[in-house]
Write a protein that binds this ligand. Sequence first.
Ligand code: UGA
Length: 446
Amino acid sequence: MRLTVIGTGYLGATHAACMAELGHEVLGVDVDPDKVAALRAGRVPFHEPGLPGLIAKHTASGRLRFTTDYAEAGAFGEVHFVCVGTPQRSGSEGADLTYVDAAFAAIAGHAAPGALLVGKSTVPVGTAGRLAAALDAEVAWNPEFLREGFAVEDTLRPDRLVFGVGSARAESILRAVYAPVLAAGAPLVVADFPTAELVKTAANAFLATKISFINAMAEVCEAAGGDVGVLAEAIGYDDRIGRKFLRAGVGFGGGCLPKDIRAFAHRADELGVSLAFLREVDAINLRRRDKVVALARELCGGAVQGARVAVLGAAFKPDSDDIRDSPALDVAARLRLEGADVTVYDPEALDNARKAFPLLGYALSAEEALRGADLVLHLTEWPQFREIDPERAATLVGRPRIVDGRGALDADRWTAAGWHFRALGRPAPAGERPATGLPGEEKRRP
Ligand code: UGA
């Protein structure tokens, strides 16, 4: 089939390349000529494992092309996928639909009669119905669930497909687009527009809630002297709860979960339904960043002013160079504002971090960041940080003090190597714990 993919950011570029991999002729469309030029040359402007290879393969085969021209896209495509961003509106919790509305209007103005316009962007419920009523073209909604770092895998082998359609014809067109994925056994849910839109926001809201739940348990563990890592393991054995997305730490960031829960709560308010708990989910998440800042102050004797702080990680999660709403950079910037001398290292996200936070210091390796540090903060759990040898690291720093903000380091190894080791939701080393006043306190710490 001949498909266009409008918007070539991380969702659109991945969708375009994966649709070519499924055997379709694909034309990627973007208003940004630089992005189009880069993609035409096979360059992917962000880090996504497996994507550069796929784009190179299909631009070379001629099955994947890119353009800035909507007229060309309209003449070419039988199905048009809209994959543009829906950032948080400035000064509001709600989603900014400017790009979605503009992309639909532009392609509708050029699409051939009978072409299907399919939204993939995450939108407030009601958007598909509004666009369908306003445009002289058939609309469908096909939300995506891909994770950065696994975007190719999640697109080619999704754990489900959701088609929000208003006609049997739209459903059969989408079935044809995804025929190889369906033949491989991916479950399909066919729904009306509002349900399809809500599936996406509900899924992200649930994931965010799960992370904030375990982070709230981390707060309780900190107050009561428990260990959230052990707690998560134990509750996770109950397969109704499950162990995934129960990693306590500095919390979620990125271009999706934070803005999606805000937009969802906002949209629910407009509909007269209270999703106030999502605001608490957001608040718990942000409090974890405060906690890391507070621990940094505590470990530096009350204030970080003048302290040399090494921050390991800048991306909002490993295997990504995405720094949107990154907890690591938020903490780094706040410590800098409090007068710390902050040096950040990240394997992939340094260029993006430098542009967004030019006042922070940057190192080209973890070793360079650690050299002379008074405090180390581990804030993005890249696998290579787990491989740092604590004994060697202790010889590099000025003072061996570390906060594991992702619960990913081996506390015993670091402590054995002489480090003063602290982690969120886990007990401070014996002798440093404040008395909780709880029953049993005397027995635990004679
Ligand atoms: C998220 C969803 O997982 C995808 O299903 C969805 O398609 C995507 O948003 C989207 O809406 O486009 P993503 O933002 O790539 O994907 O990242 P996640 O893997 O969900 O991680 C989000 C954040 O939660 C990261 O900062 C991560 O470090 C944090 N996290 C995750 C935790 O703090 N604890 C956990 O146990 C899991």
